[in-house]
Design a protein around this ligand. Structure first.
Ligand code: SF4
Length: 321
């Protein structure tokens, strides 16, 4: 058990005696960060430090353009036209010609093959009750800990496509790009299933997952049935409870907890003085890091307040947070 001052900063008890997280909500990316690099976690989620510049990783642009299309396409008009307008007129994405071709392929696949099958117009026939895109899933889920106490974990998630069928089945759809590897996405998917089943009081066995790879020419879907998910959910819950306990017992983290991994590629703190470990790898003279500026973002009296912060203040344990 951590000391009581740490308990009061990160975790408190609710009226039912459940432990609750005081700062923000859990998300798959938050917990992946906690697992991969506790220093990045500390900077992002405990100290709320953000870069002033928006960092868009070039290789994630195509996936984002496809998600945008899938969210906004309402079944009318020329889908290719809509998608191209989307990224060109708003200059939101800078896709190469070959990426635009790939985007067209994915859109064709969604419109002509994937969505009809999801809605019971493919080989398997069924009727649907509702289809929601970018469905919000918010609220607390309850996790049993090994010590007999419950943890109440706030989550704020979005599901790419949520389909409720007339036969009582719920299908959670998640679009992915790249190699169709189900195992690597399971952690995120179990978040969705656990949250949906707890928030809507549904049995896990009623929920199927469709992991959809629109870039695949065939075999673009991997299905995980509710029966398969049932076994995985209890492992997931104890895994989550352990992560919750890490925050309770080990936070705050410090720069000695920096752990270089592939995640450094996506980390805003790489090649800056905020991460001494990454400086060794990326070099203090790296222009990418030298040009970065940061702020602390906090809610005060219902308003978001941004305060500039320097790497020196971060490392000198300034009282900004
Ligand atoms: S650059 Fe790498 S080691 Fe440094 S904080 Fe980011 S993820 Fe951690």
């Amino acid at each position: 058990m951590g000391d009581s001052s740490i308990m009061s900063e990160y975790v408190e008890e609710d009226k039912k005696g459940h432990l609750i997280l005081k700062k923000g909500s859990f998300s798959p990316s938050r917990l992946k960060t906690l697992e991969a690099c506790k220093w990045q976690y500390e900077l992002k989620y405990n100290r709320n430090i953000y870069p002033d510049q928006t960092i868009v990783e070039p290789h994630s642009q195509l996936g984002s353009a496809m998600h945008d299309f899938a969210e906004k396409y309402n079944g009318s008009g020329d889908p290719r036209h809509i998608a191209l307008l989307e990224h060109q007129s708003k200059s939101k994405y800078t896709l190469t010609d070959s990426q635009i071709e790939e985007l067209k392929f994915m859109i064709d696949n969604l419109v002509n093959n994937i969505w009809p099958e999801l809605e019971g117009k493919g080989e398997e026939k069924f009727k649907i009750q509702s289809v929601k895109t970018e469905a919000n899933l918010r609220g607390n889920i309850t996790l049993p800990g090994n010590d007999g106490r419950y943890r109440s974990v706030p989550l704020n998630l979005k599901i790419d496509r949520l389909i409720e069928r007339e036969d009582g089945k719920v299908v959670i759809v998640d679009y992915k790009k790249g190699q169709p590897n189900v195992a690597s996405h399971m952690f995120q998917l179990l978040f969705y299933v656990t949250t949906y089943s707890q928030r809507n009081r549904r049995n896990v066995s009623d929920i199927d997952i469709w992991l959809v790879f629109p870039n695949e020419k065939k075999n673009w879907v991997r299905k995980v049935t509710g029966e398969e998910l049932q076994e995985l959910v209890s492992d997931f819950e104890s895994n989550m409870a352990e992560k919750f306990d890490t925050i309770e017992n080990e936070a705050p983290f410090n720069e000695n907890d920096a752990t270089p991994s592939f995640l450094c590629n996506f980390c805003p703190f790489k090649a800056t003085n905020m991460c001494p470990t990454s400086l060794v790898l990326h070099g203090a003279e790296n222009p990418e890091g030298k040009n970065m500026t940061f702020h602390v973002s906090k809610f005060e009296k219902g308003k978001r307040v941004k305060t500039p912060v320097s790497p020196e203040e971060v490392l000198s344990k300034s009282s900004l947070w």
